[in-house]
Design a protein around this ligand. Structure first.
Ligand SMILES: Cc1cc2nc3c(=O)[nH]c(=O)nc-3n(C[C@H](O)[C@H](O)[C@H](O)COP(=O)(O)OP(=O)(O)OC[C@H]3O[C@@H](n4cnc5c(N)ncnc54)[C@H](O)[C@@H]3O)c2cc1C
Length: 408
């Protein structure tokens, strides 16, 4: 959105593709995307490429199609992408303004100056390096939501497996039934997966997505622990696929296509912004004057320990009823350093609110808003917090109407 608004944009990404959990994490399901703007454009463009199983709020996508689409969109918008490049440090001036991020890659150490930076690292790496206050998990440092290594599997005869697969166009009670059936299939193969609500998602044709794993109490910035978790999880995924295949019948020919390059991290750092979205906001369904998106996804807190997983099932959100609530622009603007915005799961919020707004339909809408505001700030020599919300809304509408109103 910043590039479409005429700004020069550089996108620095440590992995070999764009999209994060969507692609490197092999997610394959976009939730809470019934929102105008980029959410609609992405869904429409994906549907042009491959059949999409979708409802108005959710859809399944093929991660390979998503990888290519994101690259094409960046190229078309004039975004300069640099893959395999990790942000490892920052520079600030004497007035506490972020002036550069430092990266490391095979090209060596490089510094990138900009007027505005957007931390979309999921784990809030840029904000933390810049010295911003941050939180993770429920308390100062965990318990965190568990991590999950996702995988893609293929089957020669998909029709037989549909009865075990969660689908976007069915309601949640139906999903519980299919999940129970899938779990009993796992039981038949002698498998008790580490995730109490193991799921099989039908992505397209012969391709399914497998979510069977939980890795508990791992901090995303503990590289050693994340490595151990990834290796444990990969071994579990292989065990599960081998076990199901050994059942024969409708599992005959089941093939593991890929495990994710990046283990899925639910809980990362939440960088302190000029507003902190809280549990009270979502219980009250708070409306705010500078809203950038309105999450409707319920609080989704996975078990924090194997014991909780066994006793309470995989999610522990039963007592918190949310109403659709607003994420304000202020939650996307760092409180402790100037020139830094956040988008996605690292915005400013508490543990409970994050367990709702983190899903990707909201991350997309946040990224869209941050891009527009960053462009306005960069081109006018102002800071993000000096951009009136109405100015952002007006530029956003102009961009969508010049694109033929595709975003609504
Ligand atoms: C297992 C799992 C299942 C989920 N299920 C769903 C679901 O079904 N539907 C849904 O909508 N949401 C789901 N979510 C939530 C959702 O996927 C994430 O909250 C969302 O992807 C967050 O997007 P993001 O862009 O903020 O972060 P990420 O997707 O994590 O993207 C961050 C990007 O920044 C890059 N990066 C990180 N650090 C650096 C650095 N220092 N330098 C350069 N690049 C860096 C990463 O490589 C990555 O590409 C799930 C999450 C997990 C983990």
């Amino acid at each position: 959105m910043a590039a479409r608004a005429g700004s020069r944009v550089r996108l620095l990404e440590v992995h070999g593709c764009l999209g994060g959990v969507w692609t490197a994490g092999l997610l394959s399901l976009v939730l809470d995307m019934d929102k105008p703007g980029f959410n609609q454009e992405l869904k429409r463009r994906l549907a042009e490429r491959a059949p999409l199983h979708s409802s108005t709020r959710n859809y399944f996508y093929d991660p390979e199609e998503m990888k290519l689409l994101l690259e094409e969109l960046c190229v078309q918008a004039g975004v300069k992408v640099q893959l395999f490049t990790r942000v490892v440090a920052v520079q600030k001036d004497g007035f506490n303004r972020l002036t550069a991020v430092i990266t490391e890659s095979k090209a060596g150490r490089e510094a990138w100056r900009a007027r505005v930076f957007i931390d979309a690292t999921g784990d809030g790496d840029v904000g933390a390096l810049a010295g911003c206050r941050w939180e993770v998990g429920q308390a100062e440092a965990c318990p965190c939501q568990p991590m999950t290594l996702m995988a893609m599997v293929a089957i020669p005869n998909p029709a037989e497996l549909r009865k075990f697969a969660t689908s976007s166009d069915k309601n949640s009670s139906w999903q519980t039934v299919t999940r129970d059936e899938f779990r009993s299939e796992l039981g038949r193969a002698g498998i008790e997966p580490s995730y109490g609500l193991p799921s099989l998602f039908h992505v397209r044709e012969r391709l399914f997505n497998l979510m069977i794993n939980h890795e508990y109490a791992i901090l995303p910035y503990d590289a050693d622990a994340v490595t151990q978790a990834t290796m444990r999880a990969r071994a579990e995924v292989h065990r599960v696929v081998r076990g199901l295949r050994s059942l024969g019948g409708h599992w005959d020919g089941l093939q593991l296509v890929a495990t994710a390059e990046q283990i899925g991290i639910r809980d990362g750092r939440r960088i302190r912004g000029r507003y902190r979205v809280t549990r009270e906001d979502l219980v009250a369904g708070r409306r705010l004057p500078d809203a950038v998106t309105r999450p409707t996804f319920p609080v989704d807190i996975h078990a924090a320990t194997p014991e909780e997983n066994r006793i309470a099932g995989a999610t522990l959100n039963k007592d918190i009823t949310m109403k659709p609530y607003d994420i304000p622009l202020r939650a996307l603007i760092a409180a402790d350093v100037d020139g830094l915005m956040m988008a996605g799961r690292c915005i400013s919020g508490d543990f409970v609110a994050h367990a709702s707004y983190r899903v990707t339909g909201n991350a997309v809408a946040m990224g869209e808003a941050a891009g527009v505001v960053a462009a306005l700030a960069a081109t006018s020599g102002r800071l993000p917090q000096e951009i009136p919300w109405e100015e952002g809304v007006s530029l956003r509408s102009k961009l969508w109407s010049s694109a033929g109103g595709a975003g609504g």
